[in-house]
Design a protein around this ligand. Structure first.
Ligand code: ATP
Ligand code: MG
Length: 495
């Protein structure tokens, strides 16, 4: 029941490990230029053999709050055209990022002087930065990418963009020159992971070199223009301690989660869009022992495991002929032949749930995954319907028995309407009574109202369960004292 290793293999909890996250795998870009209608010069920059990775070593950029005038964009467009006429792009592509920036700055300064554009020093500085970003990086996206407090960037066509800061969505002042610039930047992003986006292949998932998750959907599917959504990768990864500081969970609740992560409970993290599921999964994986072989399966590699023995797998969409797709299910099935000790599925969305449950049930305890659902109960019924999607014609009772025999813990995350993110439930799946799966909450978040500023008030409460079902498992890993202390402390603070 508790895995196959002897006592020596358990080592220390992973909370003291401070390792650089694994690098994104080097994927060979197909370097196919899309028929974007962008200028020849931009195409060259998109697909050219440039050693300058857009977005790499991006200098910190100041936040610009002022909306730019149409005059600014007209001047920028004139300077840009003059630059493209002047600069030798093949030479530029041989320079490193810093030298290329210097080169562009020199030429742009000359153009401004020769053409006698009237602008202040700060306007000139802004223009220089914008043009460098257009040529070497991701153009108008760069200032947003440089801001670590932004969680999501949403570009709805060239003229409209939104960002999420502190859990709240606000309109941003950046805009693209036109549709073709936006699509060409999207193409630049996705070609780095060997994918393409254009009218014939208008949907694409990708990631930035820093790990940010990217989705592009282009016209004709996106009616009002190319729509780009980026879930930004936080440079300062959130840890359980930080979640405690943000009030997402109490210190005692965090300790219980640490123990759950370490003692090889099978965990499903449930939550709505952007509620913090992946963040939480990342946090839990920190407590996995260093000795374990972990295999991760994701649509777009977002997880950053700290352990040394990790194999990262990513699904692949079909190519333009509709062939070559590798689904999450294929990956999870393949994992089972890779001698995993734990399998971690970034987002469980379909029939692969059955394979994950089988893995949880057959010696890969400690496996984890996230599921989109709004409560632990709903999560269980989502699992049932995902199994049905796989075409299995098993009786409902058998399906529920498989679920209750596999999943130990459901952790529920939520984004509340004030923008804060909370862990609202730590729930155990304890077994079956008749045809029904039985669960017990160890901790819940009780809403109490809101303060004058609209911030949600509430507190994390113990439900009075003194001895969770995973107690024996905790004892096996010598964690029972810590668990007992955390449960006592949670009860004291609830009383
Ligand atoms: N407890 C928290 N407090 C503050 N910010 C958080 C918290 N948890 C996550 N975040 C931030 O919220 C954003 C969304 O988090 P995350 O990617 O984990 O959500 P998700 O539920 O996996 O989203 P999706 O459904 O899109 O996959 C990230 O920028 C993350 O840094
Ligand atoms: Mg996620």
């Amino acid at each position: 029941m508790f895995g196959k290793r002897g006592k020596d293999g358990f080592g220390n909890a992973g909370d003291t490990i401070d390792r650089t996250p694994p690098l994104a795998p080097e994927l060979e870009p197909e370097s196919k230029s899309a028929e974007t209608g962008s200028s020849a010069a931009e195409e060259l920059l998109v697909t050219g053999n440039t050693p300058i990775a857009p977005g790499a070593d991006r200098p910190e950029q100041k936040r610009r709050s002022s909306k730019k005038s149409d005059g600014y964009y007209t001047t920028k467009s004139q300077v840009f055209s003059a630059l493209i006429d002047t600069i030798d792009l093949s030479q530029l592509s041989k320079l490193d990022n810093e030298s290329a920036r210097e080169e562009i700055r020199d030429i742009v300064n000359d153009i401004i002087t020769i053409k006698n554009f009237a602008m202040s020093i700060s306007e000139q500085e802004e223009l220089l930065e914008d043009i460098c970003n257009d040529v070497l990086g991701y153009g108008p996206l760069e200032p947003l990418l440089a801001r670590d407090e932004i969680a999501d960037i949403m570009i709805n066509g060239a003229g409209h963009s939104y960002i999420e800061v502190n859990g709240k969505v606000e309109e941003s002042d950046i805009r693209f020159r036109d549709e073709s610039q936006l699509l060409s930047i999207c193409q630049r992003i996705v070609s780095q992971v060997g994918r393409r986006v254009d009218e014939s292949s208008p949907i694409c998932d990708a990631r930035l070199p820093d790990g940010s998750r990217v989705n592009v959907i282009a016209p004709p599917l996106a009616i009002d223009g190319t729509t780009l959504t980026i879930r930004k990768f936080k440079k300062d990864k959130l840890t359980l301690d930080q979640l405690v500081n943000y009030g997402s969970i109490t210190p005692a609740g965090a300790t219980i989660l640490q123990i759950i992560g370490r003692v090889r409970c099978n965990v499903v993290i449930s939550g709505g869009t952007g509620s913090g599921k992946t963040t939480l999964l990342n946090c839990l994986t920190r407590y996995i022992d260093e000795t374990e072989r972990i295999i991760t399966c994701e649509d777009s590699a977002e997880l950053q495991l700290q352990q040394p023995h990790v194999v990262r797998l990513e699904t692949r969409p079909p190519n333009i002929e509709g062939e070559g797709e590798v689904t999450m299910r294929d990956l999870v099935k393949n994992c089972l032949r890779m001698r995993p000790e734990r399998i971690i599925v970034g987002e469980v969305r379909g029939p692969e749930v059955f394979d994950l449950l089988q893995a949880m049930n057959t010696g890969h305890d400690g496996s984890m995954g996230t599921i989109h659902s709004n409560s632990p109960r709903e999560c269980l019924s989502r699992i049932e319907s995902m199994i049905a999607m796989g075409g299995y014609s098993l009786p409902a009772k058998t399906v529920r028995e498989i679920i209750s025999g596999s999943v130990d813990i459901i952790v529920q995350a939520a984004r509340l309407r004030d923008g804060s993110r909370r862990i609202t439930h730590i729930t155990e799946v304890t077994g079956m009574e008749g045809d029904v799966i039985i669960t017990q909450d160890l901790m819940t978040f009780d809403l109490e109202g809101e303060d004058a500023n609209g911030n949600i008030l509430g507190q994390h409460c113990s439900t009075g369960i003194g001895r969770p079902q995973f107690w024996e498992r905790a004892r096996y890993f010598s964690e029972e004292n810590r668990l007992a202390e955390a449960i006592d402390s949670m009860e004291r603070s609830t009383a």
